[in-house]
Design a protein around this ligand. Structure first.
Ligand code: SF4
Ligand code: SF4
Length: 424
């Protein structure tokens, strides 16, 4: 059914007849949906509940084999068309006009097509995750949460805002991830076109970035956003779940993580500051430097990294490439989590049998087993609190906690010496 559905989607793009395009597109989406849910039930739903990691490293699709490469190429190709050659997607976009007019009061464009596919992927693969992890209350509620926030706040609500002639706004994305929301041009646009709602949108964006994010991260760690609310995290946790084991656990990968994510966070802070200084000086400060930097940032980080590499490379580099190496919001949350949070994963080392399940499923490349063997709590900036290490552990060794900061483990001399050696 999935294959037939994909074929129908290809026919949508190949057929010039507009009436048949609509039929092909909805038939394709229906077949892919029914096939995905049916396959998920066959694979997980009718079997006994419990983590099933069988053959992950033997299947071509989940171990960087030829199927994975083909999937990666198709995904990256789709993103390239989406960002830079949308005219080639026109025959997939037009059949969605009816849905778009009904929801947003305007014809579809390539971003509406993207939003529809993106939401469908989270809902369908979310269904798969609900069957696969149904024995874990944490995973069930967390999966329902990302499905809810994507459908309600990243698809339906922005559409309804446009239907009522209000600015398109995503209440679940904040600066520095949605960097434009605190750029002078966007702030002015919201204030001028949104009336009272526009003022609220600007207030909401600033409040979520500078007040709610530190407070919520203090209490719950970065998981409140990365694994429960964010659309990028939602896609990674559902559609990206088959690829979570591909994250590189080597020290070299960790070094690249630090080298990339913090400079990107620094870059967006500097660009935002430059734009505001320039704006408050009547656009006479350093000419167009801020605008040019923002444009390049949008191309390199906003499009190339977060889209083409971040999702297109799921089958090769794992499902959290963007969150781990590029997302400035993850860097911001990670710094707060590491230095200003009650969150930690406690480990009961005496129970660990060194099976390695936890490290295998960690999508952020953390070698959880090493901590478990030493009985040391995990306090890492990169941990998104997905809880999968704890879910996969057959011995109940790992526990996600929001305990008081007092007594929060600072690391053993062994770990410190090791870290210093890495840093030097
Ligand atoms: S350490 Fe555990 S909770 Fe943190 S990202 Fe890895 S698997 Fe998820
Ligand atoms: S903590 Fe659990 S999953 Fe990880 S190695 Fe030990 S027993 Fe295995």
């Amino acid at each position: 059914m999935i294959a037939a559905g994909l074929l129908a989607l290809l026919l949508t793009a190949a057929d010039a007849d507009t009436g048949r395009q609509v039929a092909w597109l909805y038939a394709g989406m229906g077949l892919v949906s029914a096939g995905t849910l049916g396959w998920s039930w066959l694979k997980f739903g009718r079997r006994p509940a419990g983590v099933q990691q069988d053959n992950l490293w033997l299947r071509s699709s989940t171990s960087r084999g030829s199927i994975a490469w083909v999937t990666g190429l198709v995904l990256t190709g789709f993103y390239v068309l989406l960002y830079w050659f949308p005219e080639y997607l026109e025959r997939l976009v037009r059949p969605l006009d009816g849905l778009s007019l009904w929801l947003r009061g305007q014809p579809a464009n390539q971003w509406f097509l993207y939003g529809t596919f993106y939401t469908l992927a989270i809902l369908l693969m979310g269904g798969r995750a609900l069957w696969k992890y149904r024995h874990s209350r944490y995973q069930v509620i967390r999966t329902l949460s990302v499905m809810f926030f994507q459908t309600g706040f990243a698809f339906i609500l922005p559409g309804l805002l446009q239907l009522f002639q209000k600015p398109e706004f995503y209440f679940t994305y904040f600066w520095p991830l949605k960097y434009g929301y605190l750029f002078p041009n966007d702030v002015n646009y919201l204030l001028e076109n949104g009336q009272a709602l526009g003022v609220f949108m600007v207030f909401w964006g600033a409040m979520m970035s500078f007040l709610a994010t530190p407070v919520l991260t203090y209490f719950f760690g970065k998981r409140w956003y990365c694994s429960w609310v964010c659309g990028c995290g939602g896609l990674a946790e559902t559609a990206g779940d088959p690829y979570r084991q591909l994250s590189d656990k080597s020290r070299q990968a960790w070094r690249w993580e630090v080298r990339l994510i913090y400079p990107i966070f620094g870059a967006i802070i500097i660009i935002t500051a430059l734009l505001w200084v320039n704006y408050s000086w009547g656009n006479n400060f350093l000419g167009q430097v801020g605008d040019v930097a923002a444009k390049w940032y949008g191309f390199l980080i906003g499009a190339l990294f977060s889209g083409v590499v971040g999702v297109g490379f799921y089958p090769i580099l794992g499902n959290r490439v963007w969150c781990r190496f590029g997302c400035p919001m993850a860097a911001y949350l990670g710094l707060l989590q590491k230095h200003f949070s009650r969150f930690r994963i406690s480990t009961n080392g005496g129970q660990c049998i060194s099976c390695g399940n936890c490290s295998n499923v960690c999508e952020m490349g953390i070698d959880v087993k090493q901590y478990a063997q030493r009985g040391e709590p995990i306090i890492r900036a990169s941990c998104v609190g997905c809880g999968m290490c704890s879910t996969a552990c057959p011995r109940g060794v790992l526990n996600l906690e929001n305990g008081p900061r007092e007594g929060r483990y600072a690391g053993s001399p062994l770990i410190h010496a090791d870290s210093l050696r890495i840093l030097s």
